[in-house]
Design a protein around this ligand. Structure first.
Ligand SMILES: [Zn+2]
Length: 415
């Protein structure tokens, strides 16, 4: 058996060798020739297009200090580089050789930008093969995130994904410069125990259970569990104090949270209503019930003597920025994982992932979700929520969802 294997290996070696010689002698040193590069200004960013006579493999990633976009094109010959650099992101371009075959094109950035996508387009009527990289302007913080973890988009990963997690790209990756080695940064999560102090939140069916106490207990339990999994976790409050909603958002920003989760328990006129729901931010609520809930939760600040509506203009302006859209997509992704994990052991409401204008979710640059653990207005659910064993089940599912979220290659590439 072993002999056959050895024989096969030798045979394979010859085939490979023959292939290499054939390629070299036929002049096919390069898989593709880049015939032109162009750049176009778009809303919120720029698009770089490489015209080529064939498709090729690539790697795209960001480096900081100074800010750069690096595009490695594998086995390519480059005939023409960028001529027109009139745009608001890229200041200059240079082309270098990584080795005999592979090229590195470095774009110096004059402002922070994120790689939104990178992909190959097949030839069309008027175009040859094209390789497209889209950049969108972003905050310094988000740039540092994407550049800091040295993630890359590559043709081998097909989709936006973390290069560091791909075994097959390892050899290629180690051939890159030392500064582009991956670092795994500890993820920061801010948990927000809803209500507190003079604001009790919803009051249980028996009149004894206060939402503020249940949310605080759950936040502390979830924090402990997340810490055992290596996350850095902060709470917006660890005692029974009142904190205005916008202050909670500021706390998440102060700690540079990668994820923000606000924890609540619901109440309804209909005492039979039960189930868990997950909310993410939307300017338009997914239904009347969601709108009413957001209004109830947002009222807290008016109770506390601070009218949140005063500030909503400024916050709304930030909301329409591109980074918010990106952030909203990440939030939705997180909510989807929450629903998928909670479903396994917890009763959910129909259409579990809902959208509403919660003030506490309005951090423009932090993916955020609000968890309504269940209805305190329902006797059975109130009973469950007061039990630490039930909350442990909730916390365990939340941890699985958070793990899945950060391990999602599309999400990882954006951090
Ligand atoms: Zn609440």
């Amino acid at each position: 058996m072993k002999k056959i294997f050895e024989k096969c290996k030798r045979k394979l070696g010859f085939v490979l060798l023959a292939f290499v010689f054939a390629s070299a002698f036929c002049g096919n040193l390069f898989a593709a020739t880049i015939t032109n590069m162009r750049i176009g200004q778009q809303i919120g960013g720029v698009r770089i297009v490489f015209d080529a006579d064939s498709k090729f493999d690539y790697q795209v990633f960001l480096l900081s200090n100074p800010k750069r976009l690096v595009v490695d094109t594998l086995s390519t010959d480059i005939k023409k580089t960028l001529t027109n650099t009139q745009n608001n992101i890229i200041s200059s371009t240079r082309v270098g050789k990584l080795n005999e075959k592979d090229k590195r094109i470095v774009f110096d950035l004059q402002k922070p930008a994120l790689i939104k996508q990178a992909f190959i387009l097949q030839p069309s009527k008027n175009n040859n093969w094209r390789f497209v990289v889209d950049l969108v302007t972003t905050s310094e913080r988000d740039f540092e995130h994407q550049a800091g973890v040295k993630n890359a988009l590559s043709s081998k990963n097909n989709k936006a994904s973390s290069l560091a997690s791909k075994k097959d790209s390892k050899s290629w990756f180690t051939s890159l410069s030392k500064s582009s080695k991956p670092k795994t940064r500890q993820k920061i999560i801010v948990l927000d125990a809803g209500h507190g102090g003079k604001d009790p939140g919803a009051i249980g069916a028996h009149g004894k259970t206060y939402e503020k106490n249940i949310t605080l207990a759950m936040s502390k339990e979830l924090k402990a569990l997340l810490e055992t999994k290596g996350y850095k976790v902060y709470l917006t409050r660890s005692t029974d104090v009142f904190i205005p909603l916008r202050q909670r958002v500021k706390i998440a920003q102060k700690y540079k949270a990668d994820l923000f989760m606000s924890i609540h328990a619901d109440s309804a006129m209909n005492r039979k209503a039960t189930g868990l729901s997950v909310y993410t931010l939307s300017e338009t609520a997914s239904d009347k019930e969601a709108a009413a809930l957001a209004e109830r939760e947002n009222k807290v600040d008016i109770i506390g003597g601070v009218d949140f509506s005063e500030n909503s203009k400024e916050i709304n302006d930030i909301l329409i920025s591109l980074s918010q859209t990106d952030c909203r997509n990440k939030s939705s992704k997180f909510a989807a994982y929450m629903v998928s994990e909670m479903r396994k052991s917890i009763k959910l409401v129909d259409n579990t992932h809902r959208f509403a204008g919660f003030a506490v979710l309005k951090a423009p640059d932090i993916p955020s979700a609000l968890l309504e653990m269940g209805y305190l207005s329902n006797k059975q659910e109130e009973q469950l929520l007061t039990q630490s064993s039930y909350r442990k089940k909730l916390a365990t599912s939340a941890v699985s969802a958070i793990d899945r979220y950060f391990n999602d290659p599309e999400v990882a590439a954006l951090y």
